[in-house]
Design a protein around this ligand. Structure first.
Ligand SMILES: Nc1ncnc2c1ncn2[C@@H]1O[C@H](COP(=O)(O)OP(=O)(O)OP(=O)(O)O)[C@@H](O)[C@H]1O
Ligand SMILES: [Mg+2]
Length: 416
């Protein structure tokens, strides 16, 4: 597979990307800027930039297809635009990780797959194709019946979001089995105990009648996973399921999800801040910034051949890369406002590699390989050659070391 090699990008004069705009950019209307940019018709010949195909290069089928999705909230009488024109496919049986800084829209984006947007939220464009339906068009609770919890389930960071503190663990699992799988009381109880065993709750029979407060945080998260198992969904969304747990328990939960996924052939969407977790679990990675997916590809593509300056910055801040000599990298400035109209590339003001065009036109998704896409003008053939920061160039070796550490951590955990 041919990959885009940034180092080999033809070096050309940066000025070629500059426009002949006589008036300063700030005095022009957005429409005028775009009109002038369009005159540079060459920029619009992106024959091979692309939207994802129905079947990816690995021959897997897309089970969920998001196209041009946009959504916002009504907040204090103002409309915000939180997700802006996002398209991506989720493939059967894969683990897709979504990463990006806090507030980039990871949770809100995936909440649209189960109709769980807050009541002031609204989808104002695009589609989410799943099981022959457009989920973006579903409105009422009745519409979502049979999908939310049944075909697409979510595990949240705080297990108490999903558990009722006043009901026993056993009751909460049996209720799901009776409702979704039509079991009678006795069969449901036996199955619930079996599920508790599967998620490795010790003395499952005894703990069946406990209340959530009698379980530790890690055990509660296992119960939530057992409830997901009870429904056996096609897609499991894990929204930072391990963030609140300590490292050892975190490693165990991740291993559990991985094991169950293999057994049940779930498709998993895993949201996390922790790129170490991503390296451990993901087949593919999507990087979100300011309500857009700015890069996506296989984990290999995104970790070892990242193309977007935001991904570079994100990877540079990996604790695994920290050393005494190099201070931890941080991304200067603030994320874009969701209220104001964004002109150009929303990362431009924070991007030390930004080109003039970044402040004028939002870049398209450039195709780097059959699996790898990134939304940055640096991939335009006329952009100057830019190398990713040195610190991320030996990422492979450092990630291996950190994966070994996680494995050791797991062994210690099992021994306890
Ligand atoms: N009900 C709401 N009303 C108004 N704005 C909202 C609402 N829910 C979310 N938002 C805004 O949407 C944006 C994206 O939020 P989201 O929770 O998806 O971020 P995130 O990437 O999941 O962040 P984190 O990593 O902190 O969980 C944020 O700016 C948030 O303030
Ligand atoms: Mg979130």
């Amino acid at each position: 597979m041919k990959k885009w090699d940034l180092k080999k990008t033809e070096k050309i004069d940066k000025n070629e990307l500059e426009y002949d705009i006589n008036a300063p950019i700030r005095t022009l209307s957005a429409g005028e800027i775009v009109r002038q940019a369009r005159e540079q018709e060459e920029l619009y010949r992106f024959s091979d930039n692309a939207f994802p195909d129905d079947v990816d290069s690995r021959g897997k089928d897309a089970i969920l297809k998001v196209r041009h999705l946009s959504l916002g909230f009504l907040s204090h009488g103002k409309k915000t635009h939180v997700i802006r024109d996002v398209s991506i496919d989720v493939f059967q049986g894969e683990t897709l990780a979504i990463v990006g800084e806090s507030g980039s829209g990871k949770s809100v984006f995936t909440k649209t797959f189960t109709g769980m947007l807050d009541s002031n939220g609204f989808i104002d464009g695009g589609s989410i194709e799943f099981g022959g339906k457009d989920l973006a068009k579903l409105k009422t609770e009745k519409d979502w019946l049979g999908i939310r919890g049944k075909r697409i389930s979510t595990i949240f960071q705080d297990p108490m979001t999903s558990l009722n503190p006043l009901l026993t663990i056993g009751f909460q699992i049996t209720e799901v089995l009776r409702l979704h799988r039509g079991m009678d009381k006795k069969t449901a109880k036996a199955e619930a105990i079996e599920l508790l065993r599967r998620v490795r709750i010790p003395e499952a029979e005894k703990r069946f009648n406990d209340f959530p407060y009698q379980y530790s945080g890690g055990m509660r998260q296992r119960v939530v996973i057992a409830i997901a198992l009870a429904c056996n969904p096609e897609i499991l969304i894990c929204d930072e399921p391990t963030t609140a747990l300590d490292v050892t328990v975190q490693a165990q939960i991740i291993k559990l999800i991985k094991d169950l996924q293999r057994e049940y052939k779930w498709t998993v969407i895993f949201i996390t801040h922790d790129l170490g977790v991503v390296a451990n679990i993901a087949d593919r990675v999507a990087v979100m910034y300011g309500g857009q997916i700015v890069e996506y590809g296989t984990a290999e593509d995104v970790f070892y051949n990242p193309a977007h300056p935001y991904t570079w910055a994100l990877l540079s801040s990996l604790p695994q890369l920290g050393s005494k000599e190099d201070p931890l990298v941080y991304i200067r400035g603030n994320p874009p406002s969701f209220i104001e109209e964004i002109i150009g590339d929303s990362f431009a003001p924070r991007n030390e590699y930004s080109l003039k065009i970044d402040f004028i036109l939002d870049p398209p998704m450039f195709k780097i390989s059959d699996t790898h896409f990134a939304k940055t003008w640096l991939l335009d053939k006329r952009a100057p050659a830019v190398e990713p920061p040195k610190i991320i160039q030996n990422l492979r070796q450092r990630m291996q070391e950190s994966a070994d550490e996680l494995k050791r951590e797991l062994k210690v955990g099992e021994a306890k």
